[in-house]
Design a protein around this ligand. Sequence first.
Ligand SMILES: *Cc1c(COP(=O)(O)O)cnc(C)c1O
Length: 870
Amino acid sequence: MLTSNVCFLVVSLVKPSSFMPLFKPTLLSEHYSTLQGKQLLTDSRKVSLPSQTVFFALAGANRDGHDFIGELVGKGVAYFVVSQMEKISPEWLEEADFFLVPDTLQALQELAAFHRSQFKIPVIGITGSNGKTIVKEWLSQLLGDSISIVKSPKSYNSQIGVPLSVWEINSQHQLAIFEAGISRPDEMQALAQIIQPQIGIFTNIGTAHSENFPSQRAKIIEKLKLFGQAKFLIVRDIYTQIVEEAQNALPNLKIFGWATGQSQRDQVSLRYCDRNDDGYSVGLYDYRNQKTHHLHVPFTDPAHFENALHCIVVMLFFDYSTEEIQYKIERLRNIPMRLELKKGINNTLLIDDTYNNDLAGLKIALDFFGQNQQKNDKTAILSDLPEEGSSAEVYEKIVHLCAEQNIHRIIGIGERFSTFVAALSNATTLQTTKGLIDAPTVQTFPHTAAFFKAFEGKKIAFENEMILIKGGRRFEFEKIVQLLEQKIHGTKLEISLNALTHNLNFYRNLLNRRTKIMVMVKAFAYGSGNFEVAHLLQYHRADYLAVAYPDEGVALRENGIYLPIMVMNPTVESFETLLRYDLEPEIYSLRLLTEYLRFLEENQKMAYRQNSKLSEQDLQKRYPIHLKLDTGMHRLGFEEQDLPLLLDLLKRNEDKLKIVSLFSHLAGADQAQYDEFSQVQIAQFQQMATKIEASLGIKTLKHLLNSAGIARFPQAQFDMVRLGIGLYGVDSAEVHQDALLPIGTLKTTISQIKTLAPDQTVGYSRKGKLNRVSRIGTLAIGYADGYLRAFGNGVGYVYLHGKFAPTIGNICMDMCMIDLTDIEQAAEGDEVVVFGEKPTVSELAERIGTIPYEILTNVGERVKRVFYAD
Ligand SMILES: *Cc1c(COP(=O)(O)O)cnc(C)c1O
């Protein structure tokens, strides 16, 4: 067990009537029979079947699970594993069972390890720097036709993800495939004891997380701990260090290596490997039976080739024939390892998740669906599940899960769906976490073609709704996506929701625990797309949003955002809109304040006239405002000398206004040369805020810092910070740039390629001069899309086929030209990256002497935004 040397006390609290907890020391695994089959929950937002749920109150860097217990008790969650009794309120003990443990994460891991040891099935454990998730997904596709497989959902490979994955094993499964990822020393031992693999795959070793290890060798040794009890290890010979360390540390482990050479040690070796247009032709020699398998691997890039070879070697290990391997590997396509949000026809929003197709994957997708409240109507188009889904119960569960996420309509495709759903009760309501709710309507089709027929015959239609599309490979749901998708041609901005989340959490970690975050989503969320970004922030519990203009706030409200929203530039004309949409104005001058007060008075009189039965509450309502103080930016805000009049006005209208916050803005937070000035601003803000609060006898939220301020003046974080560009992946202070992820990739395509003689010129004003025979590509992006004219004539460059291509000639309105002479592979229709990982937004900004903000917010509205989650 994990804890042989730790005294692992588990105290079960028997529900006391006299409020005297009865302590009964025991191990969590001793409650296995109670906990078995229940759902383990670590994220309080994801509860689905409360009476069957065990919540582990984990202490994270940002929040403590104990803080959500009250809410979960309210929702009916039946079991809790906790480590801080002082946070447990006595009345909760009446409602649920509590298990007290010294460390909730260890308890989760220990329970999963105990569960794992109940099963004798073969288990494959995968680790390595890259490719873990792909290899796992591919293996489950390749082997899953004939046997029932349990695997980690998505990339659940962490200290928490692994126990949750392993907990899913049940008696029907014949093979398990789990991935394990670590980022620092001493993490693998725990994962090894949970997974207990007999067969290991070490995909490769790179530089990820190297900063946390003393050496590459130390990192390899740590990862190898996963295979302490394994019998076989699949590893590629070129990673000599892995092979050597494995032999040193684990002499009993049989290495099933695959090599490019002839070395006798390997059980499989690559006798030849020829790259052609559509993949590699390989000859794999198996030393065990001295047979060569001639195969075609349908991938051209080296990383996928390596991943595919790992999978083929596993199939050889399981004695699949050459023909079987070839048949299956041909059908393996490079599946998108992500879930995408796309604009659909008739004002619909599609969630395209053809990633995987099992119950665990479905739960994740539904959860994602639930996070996004942009449309009220929701449809899920789902296919039969593979093996494990062969019972009516599973389909009943699917209907329930969908109902809980407010899905109104399920379109089920496949024979099993049709059969099992027909057998379900015709109840029109369902009992769920959210009480009794309407059952979704279910329409079924025996196969995808039947669905298409119904669509063409207008028997089924989609309008103004969100649509989740999730199906097994053989159902070819990508065709449904094509059918319903609004076609995107040319240029698109892809936004990574995971990167946004990463950046948000990164900043959270920099802040004190109590500091709130207001996120700036002005200017279309810095060009990224305000609705999706706002929904993500809402889901991740940002405290406040801020926009520049009232219209931006209205659009957010109309798309399901309920977080409080501050509007920085309110106008007199917009006051009514502010009230109607519950938007909170920034008040920055006496003029504006006077106007607002007059409006509120008028508004109340009018309400009186229209409705004499106005409630006491309406009359007493105090409207929220945010006061902006000018401490040196000299843009908007009250100055020191305005305070007497301001305070007087505020005192006289105490009953009408609620001053939610006091704030100011630093003028040079990102530059060290202005540090002294910033310090003056901080002091000035402190002084003015203190004066206002003392004079009015109130307490407000005080905030001063933008992204650069968070990085450079953490001592001035007051009650809240205003995060902007940092969320979008750029640290303007350049302190934390390496820790942030770029969130957006602007991509376009090559429309045409021409070969031109040296005496020709390219584009307007004949600016693009050639001095050699040149291949010139025309791109579908111009200055109207935000690719500024300043990037013309070689100042800007784009990225394709691993190389940079400079612009040539002037940038046109909708197009521009690039020099492809040195990139032979470039072909018409190829995708090129304008900015993203390479070149970065910051690099581009520097090239033309501007700041990243301008590059980001310039991306034109006509450029489609595509959101994805890895
Ligand atoms: C835009 C803005 C911010 C955010 O600034 P970043 O540099 O993008 O972090 C903060 N406060 C105010 C008042 C702003 O207008």
